[in-house]
Design a protein around this ligand. Structure first.
Ligand SMILES: Nc1ncnc2c1ncn2[C@@H]1O[C@H](COP(=O)(O)OP(=O)(O)OP(=O)(O)O)[C@@H](O)[C@H]1O
Ligand SMILES: [Mg+2]
Length: 472
């Protein structure tokens, strides 16, 4: 039990409160009189920081200048200008629009002062584009404004700094790379000695893709998987000590889609094509110069390897070929282009001078190729492009006539005829182009197949040839 002595009375509480208040007021007036207001403000801001700092995140900004600190373009600035094209803020009022020769579509960028917000892994990040004139330019405005400073500002909470450096910036760099690849206009490089000593390039706008090429689905999937695996395996090739290159041999009769498949591969990988006509190359040294001038991430295509040039080789010595006019055409001052020169260079020096090289040989006559070209390990994949199968026909009908599935009443008859009659996908495609009406186009195809069937002899020969290719 408490005694009355221990319980403070109400009046004593009041008097204590009054004396504390009087002391505070006295102290406050002392502080106001003694300390100048600058010192007071400083002390107050320290107190405020001590109380709130732990709980209130502040915004900080990274600034990415166009030029890097050590000269040259700043890669993060470049990547940001590509990546930010995919973001748009509701408040964006002015956007900068341009079009470049190297890219498809319009390039839409932020105008100076415009901001856009991004969210990544729970963070909110704000980008702002700033273009300001340098002090020098401002002082003498008549000088032409060459000293513009262009930069992107990235603002975020200070506590996210680690995540921004380790994760968000690498993400922006990767995304920009992917976007650039998708928009890049592919190039087709060709060589002809009459138009100078180097490759001539034009935009490659071939519409063939893996979706449009008509061939066995399993085979198509296998090729796509092979390509995808190849481009992902940089470290693997390094580890096993092999040059990062892959070779494909496409063989089959004319009009079966070899060139279309090359274009589909280039479009799939976004690789440029170097189309080399061996007949235009006269000696090994010229070939070396040309191959060394090819870029990374490219496909070197040598079409009709069996007949484009009469290559003297190790097996055949080349003696009998010297009497061949084609041999003379490819021979200057006693030196000439040789198959071993081509293969050694492709296998050795050239492929180790660059990354992600693909080489494709095409031929109508695999059986005529030099065994050196066919030996295991030289061409990683031999792909047979054959006559039109029922499966390939359905793909073409879907591409050209927009018929899906296999429900058309003529399909049964066409399937039977295709099994007995060799016809190339090119011939089938041509029939389908003749009439916009699907019914009439298919009837035309049935007629063609029947006519071909009647010319049995010719077809039988072709079939024998076809079998020979498949065994090889
Ligand atoms: N498998 C196919 N899938 C889709 N279209 C094809 C196919 N084969 C041929 N075509 C069509 O036929 C035309 C000729 O095909 P392509 O040039 O690819 O044949 P090729 O095998 O390279 O012939 P060549 O041996 O004469 O060079 C192409 O324009 C293409 O439209
Ligand atoms: Mg071709």
């Amino acid at each position: 039990m408490l005694s009355t002595k221990e319980v403070p009375s109400l009046s004593s509480l009041f008097s204590a409160f009054a004396s504390i208040t009087a002391s505070i007021m006295f102290l406050q007036s002392m502080v106001y009189q003694i300390l100048p207001h600058q010192v007071r403000d400083y002390l107050i801001s320290i107190l405020r920081n001590l109380i709130f700092k732990a709980h209130t995140p502040t915004q900080i900004a990274f600034v990415f200048d166009k030029e890097s600190a050590f000269g040259g373009l700043n890669q993060i600035y470049e990547a940001a200008s590509v990546y930010l094209q995919t973001l748009r803020g509701p408040g964006n009022k002015r956007l900068n629009v341009s079009k470049s020769l190297k890219e498809k579509g319009l390039i839409i960028r932020l105008e100076t002062g415009e901001t856009v917000t991004d969210s990544y892994d729970g963070m909110e990040l704000q980008w702002r584009f700033v273009c300001s004139r340098s002090e020098e330019d401002r002082d003498s405005p008549g000088r032409g404004g060459g000293g513009n400073r262009q930069c992107y500002e990235l603002s975020f909470h200070n506590e996210d700094e680690g995540k921004v450096c380790d994760s968000y910036i690498p993400f922006v760099l990767d995304s920009a790379k992917t976007i650039r690849e998708e928009r890049r206009v592919l190039k087709m490089h060709t060589y002809s000695p009459s138009s100078g000593m180097n490759w001539q390039s034009v935009n490659l706008d071939h519409p063939a893709t893996f979706e449009t090429v008509a061939m066995d689905v399993k085979k198509k999937t296998k090729i796509m998987e092979d390509l995808n695996r190849f481009v992902k395996r940089k470290e693997f090739y390094k580890k096993v000590g092999r040059a990062w290159k892959r070779g494909y041999l496409l063989y089959g009769p004319p009009g079966t889609g070899k060139s279309s498949l090359v274009a589909a591969m280039a479009n799939h990988l976004k690789f440029d094509i170097y189309d080399l006509q061996l007949a235009n190359v006269r000696r090994d040294s010229e070939l070396r110069r040309l191959l060394l001038a090819t870029g990374n991430r490219s496909i070197l295509v040598i079409e009709d390897i069996d007949c484009s040039v009469n290559l003297p080789d190790r097996l055949h010595g080349g003696e009998e070929k010297k009497s061949d006019p084609q041999y003379d055409k490819n021979s200057i001052n006693g030196t000439s282009l040789t198959l071993s020169g081509l293969l050694n260079f492709v296998d050795g020096l050239w492929s180790s001078c660059g990354d992600e090289r693909i080489i494709i040989f095409t031929t109508n006559h695999k059986e005529r190729l030099d065994p050196a070209l066919l030996r295991p390990g030289r061409m990683d994949m031999h792909i047979h492009m054959g006559y039109c199968t029922y499966e390939a026909f359905k793909q073409l009908a879907s591409n050209y006539l927009e018929i899906s599935g296999d429900h058309h009443h003529l399909y049964g008859e066409i399937q039977g005829l295709l099994e007995e009659t060799p016809v190339t996908p090119a011939q089938v495609a041509e029939e389908m182009m003749k009439d916009e009406d699907a019914e009439s186009a298919l009837e035309g195809l049935v007629d063609l197949l029947k006519q071909k069937k009647m010319k049995g002899d010719e077809c039988d020969h072709a079939k024998v040839d076809e079998k020979k290719w498949q065994i090889c």
